[in-house]
Design a protein around this ligand. Structure first.
Ligand code: PMP
Length: 314
């Protein structure tokens, strides 16, 4: 779908995956005026395709577009386009529990412009790829490195939206951590450097007793759709959920630590290393994150009643 500045997107069309043409002076290439989204289509037990809260991706993109001076597709246009992509790739979506279709919407300032200003033209496109399960259930846990030098986002920046420019500054931190054998990075806030924020592409939660805490949204943390859903599921299961500042020291005596995101669902963290001190969490003890994981995945696959109406079956 394309549109000019000040206009609305009109109906797009389905086409084969391939390269797209962009001017070398396209705003997105020069000034990073772009947003991405990430969603998944699952195959339910009954064989039909299931999307998880796609309207939330549309709304998040609209909020981001406002911040980035871009027009955005309506929720209806967005969700219909996601459905069309999922149906067109129907045959690539494996049976329940064997993987899913990752769906990547992109909104960009695709018009040519030399000075720093919003693009005169915009492109909204969606591509998709089949993906396997993030990890085999119950076996893997993430080993996280708490990053002190590089920050993901600062106050007043674009950390709270899914701007494409949020991801390039984390590549170095992620590469450093991976070279040292870690799975991913946990970022600290750039002001006090004492609060944990999130990982490179997932939100983080800690569990102490019956209380589940996650960093409050401060404009520097992406409001994950999985985060939002896990908060509702956890409250429904009777846990106390707190959205607040989570101090990095709290990782030392947490019972469980886990990440949430579209890619992994709920991913248990097996260890966190901060200032060269490693804290390990026993995998047998990760009962709450296991429960949250199985509830979320159960809803997505159609094994557990979708009482919130989160699933769009197509
Ligand atoms: N934080 C960041 C920085 C992300 O890129 C993602 C992935 N979209 C998340 C959190 C988790 O968001 P969601 O649950 O919507 O996938």
């Amino acid at each position: 779908m394309k549109c000019s500045k000040g206009e609305n997107f009109t109906q797009g069309e389905l086409c084969r995956y391939g390269n797209i043409e962009l001017s070398p002076s396209a705003c997105v290439l020069n000034y990073g005026q772009g947003l991405l989204e990430g969603a998944k289509a699952f195959r339910g037990e009954n064989g039909r395709l299931r999307l998880f809260r796609p309207e939330q991706n549309a709304i998040r993109m609209q909020i981001g577009a406002e911040r980035m001076c871009m027009p955005s597709p309506s929720t209806h246009q967005f969700v219909e386009a996601v459905k069309e992509i999922a149906l067109a790739n129907h045959r690539w979506i494996p049976p329940t529990g064997k993987g899913s279709l990752y769906i990547r919407p992109l909104l960009m300032g695709s018009g040519a412009i030399l000075g720093v200003a919003p693009s005169p033209e915009y492109t909204f496109l969606i591509y998709a790829s089949p993906v396997g399960n993030y990890f085999k259930e119950g076996t893997a846990a993430l080993n996280m490195y708490v990053e002190e030098e590089f920050h993901r986002a600062s106050r007043g920046g674009a950390g709270g939206i899914k701007a494409i420019t949020n991801y390039s500054p984390v590549l170095k931190a992620q590469a450093n951590a991976k070279n040292r054998g870690f799975s991913d990075v946990l970022y600290l806030d750039s002001n006090s450097k004492t609060n944990i924020e999130e990982a490179s592409s997932s939100n983080v939660f800690i569990v102490k007793g019956n209380v589940i805490s996650t960093p409050a949204l401060s404009g520097t943390i992406l409001e994950g759709i999985t985060r939002k859903s896990i908060i509702e599921i956890a409250k429904d299961l009777g846990y106390k959920v707190e959205e607040r500042c989570v101090k990095v020291e709290e990782l030392n005596d947490a019972d469980e630590v886990f990440c949430t995101g579209t890619a992994a669902g709920v991913a248990p963290i097996g260890s966190v290393t901060y200032q060269d001190k490693r804290v390990n969490y026993s995998m047998e003890g990760q009962l709450i994150s296991q429960k949250l994981y199985s509830t979320l995945v159960g809803i997505q696959r159609g094994l557990i009643e979708d009482k919130w109406g989160w699933i769009v079956e197509i």
